[in-house]
Unconditional design. Structure first.
Length: 303
């Protein structure tokens, strides 16, 4: 992608670029991206310049996990929102550039920016020394327009990644999804587990969270699972499987209702739609089996 966009014609102006970390790609972020998409009417490509999700850990000093993985964020931007180009370099590769160098080398020469969109709190350049005022001045020097997009408010407060993280950590998936603009999802490879689900007639798929990724509140959720383009109702447990000895790493474990295929090794998308109950330790597998049956009923009622 870098080579394709950062190719010949270094001075051509062909892109409208949305700038931001875009952790969660929530409604506030989408307003910035929509401003870039609108520039297609003037013949520009809609591009997003962002950084890998680990940048969130750096920005917050490790106090907050990132909402979506790189694969998840790219899927949202490219497949759901439909931007033409997503540029997401490692933070270390560009963090030493001054604001002027970023505007000249990245926006102007390499991305062909004719129009640049960002939020009012956007910072850039070495040590985040520059803001929207400096960006506007640099735009005059290097020949791109700057559009600052105001915050989006819901419930009397701005939509923000930190607000969504708090909701996810509290298990308030309904409100989190409203601010995200679509259901929160887990996109990860299906790995082999201990196969306990199959022994109690409820086979499951297991997915791990990446290091540094936010893990929503431990509990059981009504969910949808996408298999070969089809959405299946499902029920997902997030947590450490306290009923099973030795399992302590947080996982998303999903029983897909009405599906019996083999998904091992595939990158599967599970969307959380409603919270059912907190994670619970049961006295036996029979108790667990009975509760899973009840959870499936609850999930189907929600879905």
């Amino acid at each position: 992608m870098w080579e394709r966009i950062w190719g010949d014609g270094m001075e051509k102006k062909y892109s409208a670029v949305a700038l931001g970390i875009f952790d969660g790609v929530h409604l506030g972020h989408r307003a910035v991206i929509d401003a870039a998409l609108k520039q297609r009417e003037d013949g520009l490509r809609a591009a997003v310049f962002t950084f890998d999700p680990e940048c969130v850990l750096r920005k917050t000093g490790g106090s907050a996990g990132f909402i979506y993985t790189k694969a998840g964020k790219d899927m949202l931007l490219s497949e759901q929102i439909g931007v033409d180009d997503v540029i997401s370099p490692p933070f270390e590769s560009l963090c030493g550039l001054s604001g002027e160098e970023f505007a000249d080398e990245i926006l102007c020469r390499r991305m062909g920016a004719a129009h640049v969109c960002c939020g009012s709190n956007f910072r850039f350049g070495k040590n985040a020394a520059c803001g929207i005022g400096e960006l506007a001045e640099l735009g005059k020097s290097f020949g791109f327009e700057v559009e600052v997009v105001g915050s989006v408010e819901m419930g009397g407060s701005p939509v923000s990644s930190s607000r969504i993280r708090e909701l996810l950590l509290a298990g308030n998936i309904t409100d989190a999804n409203e601010l995200l603009g679509s259901d929160y999802f887990i996109k990860a490879e299906v790995a082999h587990g201990n196969h306990i689900g199959s022994t109690i007639d409820f086979p499951t798929i297991n997915q791990s969270f990446e290091k540094g990724q936010l893990v929503p509140a431990y509990g059981v959720y009504a969910s949808y699972t996408c298999v070969q383009g089809k959405m299946y109702p499902s029920v997902t447990n997030i947590g450490v499987k306290p009923t099973i000895e030795g399992q302590r790493r947080p996982l998303a474990e999903t029983h897909i209702i009405g599906y019996n295929g083999d998904l091992y090794g595939t990158n599967t998308v599970v969307l959380l739609h409603g919270f059912i109950r907190p994670e619970t330790k049961f006295g036996s597998l029979d108790e667990l089996k009975k509760q899973i049956g009840a959870d499936i009923g609850s999930a189907l009622n929600i879905l």
